[in-house]
Design a protein around this ligand. Sequence first.
Ligand code: GCO
Ligand code: MG
Length: 409
Amino acid sequence: MLIDRVEVLVSSPGRNFVTLRVRTADGLTGYGDATLNGRELAVAAYLREHVAPLLAGRDAHRIEDTWQYLYRGAYWRRGPVTMAAVAAVDTALWDLKAKVAGLPLYQLLGGRSRDACLVYGHASGATLPELFDSIRAHLERGYRALRIQTGLPGMSTVYGVASSPAGAGDRYDYEPARATPLPVEERWDTRLYLRHLPTVFEAVRAEFGPELPLLHDSHHRLTPIQAASLGKALEPYDLFWLEDVTPADNQEALRLVRRHTTTPLAIGEVFNTIWDYQTLIREQLIDYVRSPVTHAGGVTALRRIFDYAAMYQVKSGIHGPTDISPVGLAAALHLGVAIHNFGIQEYMPHTADTDAVFRPSYRFADGALAPGEEPGIGIDYDDAAAERFPYQAAYLPVNRLMDGTVHDW
Ligand code: GCO
Ligand code: MG
């Protein structure tokens, strides 16, 4: 099965996506997601200029060899651009192999361990009444686990709060990347957040009871001791997880957090290799691995991270915002139904325009997503639809503390 053509497809049906299409000499196509929000064209150029020329004529069946060839062969290792490019090739080759086998990808990964992947949806509101409306709207749509984000009193914008949360139908319209000439600048008050958040969870538990799994994302904004204190303050509300409490570039920082709280911790959406998890997993400093297929080197590499995590009873919690394309989400679902240590899958539905371009075959029902049953990962890219949505430069916001100091976004 020789690779004949490699195409880098850039389209913006509601937001920018970079997709790799690998064609074989006998006319089969495989897809991979290479979207890196706010830095999309860096990956597109890496693929076009440095990877595509290496692939023509290679045997598409040699997935592991191709992964090592691109990873070790570049000499310069790791990093989000490189690993998103490697991921796209790897995913496209798995898609092709499954198509040749005539099987949905999860069958090649060991078959089903479960019927579908339980997902968490995104409930948010600037105020408590808005948040409650959003929670109710999600429960009516069948969600069985919810991430909770709210505004802070007196602050106009806060990370993770949708502009019209309850009325959004199937669509969650929180979209941080904006097509402005410079990144939008937001403000952040850590002490206000630390005081306010426990009162939100207290109110949500009082209204919706003890059963519903609740999650929260601190988006890298706290120091280790602030993170420890938040984890402790949230213990009475029994969170499913607290995410990205502190930047984990220094993995050892999590030791301090862990010493102080039993609130489960999820980390890793900005990581890109297994090495970023080495200390976190070996010392059992986290409970959930957040990497997506798209940014962690593909199905091959993420499977390896999950197998390593399984030895320490750490589970999957794959990143699934709308900046992971339907290709990345489809691949995640095949992995999610196959692995033993599945935890939960993040789900933020794509727009109708996005789905019209990618035509994914996964289905949402009863709070869970199931991968499609046709051969491959279940993506049928529509070139004509994609052409209607040209690339538009967009930036993620930049965050500043109240005194103007640049802070983690
Ligand atoms: C999440 C994430 C996202 C990121 C986004 C940045 O948990 O879903 O934190 O919302 O902010 O992926 O591009
Ligand atoms: Mg997050």
